[in-house]
Ligand binder design. Structure first.
Ligand SMILES: NC(=O)c1ccc[n+]([C@@H]2O[C@H](COP(=O)([O-])OP(=O)(O)OC[C@H]3O[C@@H](n4cnc5c(N)ncnc54)[C@H](OP(=O)(O)O)[C@@H]3O)[C@@H](O)[C@H]2O)c1
Length: 324
């Protein structure tokens, strides 16, 4: 049976998310402490930089050494998360107080054309991390793609129903780690920030670059997000690691916005012709496999004292601040 069939069967029988709970007996906060991060990409780099500023001893890990400037000066170890023995050896060598799982491909279009590899890395990696945890707390960054996208936005109690390979792989990874009872799954919406060094710049950065070159851009007019700034993701991740909470929590930005409106806003901020943005149905583009609405809100975050000072930023205000 293929990975796609296995995960379809699993999510159909287990549709609801685990509720957010306080893990009993958490006396010692994980931060500062020694934190092992599986992954060394965009989110890993920003989370590592914030942990380091907070005084944590941070270790990044991935197959290839990190390239982003945020990772400079952070210890790095080589690992392939699809190998159980490698993950176990890494855990033994680092002996972390807590673990952050931000491994695996985040390119949704690539995952759709490589479903077995995406599943092997996201789910297989999570299974290997779960097996090596030995009771340690773990935070997994997951995605809004675990939902169908038919509703405008999804809270924690909504039924999962992924409609693409990426969402199926991430949902299977969630289940592996939640089964350990020491996991917090933080589902985040589309992440943005100014990032001109990485191998795959995010939407904001690539739209700015193209518009500055006066290139025409075909942008889907039927795809909505609640974009969230990368620093908000890092702030929530590091704060929640000390909270002792387990279960599922959502982080979406406060504004639901279509890609065309966001791109036109960027054009206005740059003072370039907004007619360079050409609205296009997502079918037939790289966005075809994405849910119509990739949007999250939280039903519980406003009640969590540790997040009172971490309200996520509005994407239009942050865009203005980043590029003007
Ligand atoms: N960026 C977003 O908008 C967003 C939104 C929601 C959720 N997420 C989730 O957050 C996680 C990180 O996203 P990101 O944007 O930081 O992605 P990214 O920049 O592509 O980083 C992914 C990291 O995973 C590592 N990796 C891939 N395969 C691996 C393997 N077999 N063994 C060990 N490491 C492996 C990569 O390094 P190597 O290739 O060198 O191994 C890389 O360091 C992903 O799981 C994604 O699903 C991201």
């Amino acid at each position: 049976m293929s990975a796609r069939h296995i995960s379809r069967r699993k999510h159909m029988s287990d549709l609801r998310s685990s509720p957010l709970v306080l893990r009993p007996g958490t006396a010692a906060p994980a931060v500062p402490g020694r934190i092992l991060i599986l992954g060394s990409g965009y989110l890993a780099g920003h989370i590592a930089a914030r942990l380091t500023r907070l005084g944590a001893e941070t270790v990044l890990s991935s197959r290839r050494a990190p390239v982003l400037p945020e990772s400079r000066g952070v210890r790095w170890k080589q690992v392939d998360v699809t190998s159980g023995p490698q993950v176990a050896a890494l855990m033994d060598a680092v002996e972390p107080d807590a673990v952050v799982a931000v491994h695996g491909p985040s390119d949704i279009t690539w995952c759709e054309s490589h479903p077995e590899e995406a599943y092997a890395t996201h789910h297989g990696g999570a299974r290997n991390i779960a097996a090596a945890l030995d009771g340690r707390p773990v935070l997994l960054v997951s995605t809004d793609n675990v939902f169908s996208g038919e509703d405008e936005s999804y809270g924690e109690s909504a039924q999962t129903f992924p409609v693409n390979a990426y969402g199926r792989a991430k949902l299977a990874a969630e289940r592996e780690l939640l089964d350990t009872s020491s996991a917090l799954v933080l589902r985040v919406s589309l992440v943005y920030g100014w990032e001109d060094r990485g191998p795959r710049p995010n939407f904001l950065t690539s739209v700015v670059r193209s518009l500055m070159r006066k290139e025409q851009l075909r942008i889907p007019d039927d795809h909505w997000n609640t974009p969230v700034h990368v620093e908000d993701v890092a702030a929530w991740a590091t704060t929640l690691m000390s909270s002792g909470r387990t279960g599922t929590l959502h982080l979406g930005g406060p504004r639901r916005i279509g890609r065309v409106d966001w791109a036109r806003h960027i054009a206005e901020q740059l003072g370039v012709d907004p007619m360079l943005i050409v609205p296009t149905p997502r079918i037939g583009t790289a966005y075809a496999c994405r849910p119509r609405n990739a949007c999250l809100h939280s039903e519980v975050a406003a009640q969590l004292p540790e997040l009172q000072h971490h309200r996520p930023a509005d994407v239009l205000e942050t865009t203005h601040a980043l590029i003007s």
